[in-house]
Design a protein around this ligand. Structure first.
Ligand code: HEC
Length: 193
């Protein structure tokens, strides 16, 4: 019995005894481990880049790239309809010998917008000018410039377009140069005419 008490007493003593200070090597190793975890966390966060900030970046890029000029109704009349951003322009561009092209509806409406396009298809059209049906976009859509968008930025724009309020608006056309456009047209007028 006595022995048992002595053992208990020694165990309690061991618990209460002040801990020897940790060696600084151990502390450094612990700090390195904490840093490694923090950096790994930051990298994985960067890779999946949280939704809202990605969409905000896309909105920023779309705004400074002037997508709204050609894709938001009212813009060319000096009154862009901010309640329906990027839902399609009523003013088309006449490209000599090619036809007339209106900036289409870029909102995620399934019937008249990009609702059925994947983000990858949007990125493809933006950077290579090729639609999912294989047609090359008219050169007034500045895809040759947008080819310079890096993956992350192009995807951020696509994510932003996908986040827009869907608006039902089928823009007219495209019209061949033999057809008569049914809506407003911007055109190059020869001085000889
Ligand atoms: C100078 C005018 C102009 C600007 C600026 C512009 N676009 Fe366009 N975009 C057009 C026109 C016009 C078309 C249609 C061309 C065609 O049908 O051949 C088009 C087509 C598209 C298409 C294909 C849609 C479809 O239904 O075929 C996408 C996607 C697109 N633009 C996205 C953008 C984005 C995103 C921006 C900004 C980063 C932008 N555009 C800036 C004029 C413009």
């Amino acid at each position: 019995m006595r022995h048992e008490f002595e053992d208990d007493a020694r165990r309690i003593e061991a618990i209460l005894a002040p801990q020897p200070p940790r060696r600084s090597g151990a502390r450094t190793a612990a700090m390195v481990a904490i840093f490694a975890v923090a950096i790994a966390g930051t990298i994985s966060l960067g890779a999946s880049w949280a939704g809202p900030s990605r969409i905000a970046r896309g909105e920023y890029l779309a705004t400074v790239s002037g997508c709204g000029d050609c894709h938001t109704p009212g813009y060319f009349f000096g009154k862009p309809d901010e309640t329906k951003p990027l839902s399609g322009s009523e003013v088309g561009f006449e490209i000599p010998n090619l036809g007339v092209f209106h900036g289409p509806n870029l909102t995620p409406d399934k019937e008249t917008g990009l609702g059925r396009w994947s983000e990858t298809e949007i990125v493809m059209a933006l950077r290579t000018g090729v639609r999912p049906d294989g047609r090359e976009l008219a050169p007034i859509m500045p895809w040759r410039n947008f080819a310079r968008f890096n993956d992350e930025d192009a995807r951020a724009i696509a994510a932003y377009l996908k986040s827009l309020k869907p608006v039902s608006n089928k823009v007219p056309g495209p019209f061949s140069d033999q057809e008569r456009p049914t809506s407003f047209v911007m055109k190059i007028v020869s001085p000889e005419r």
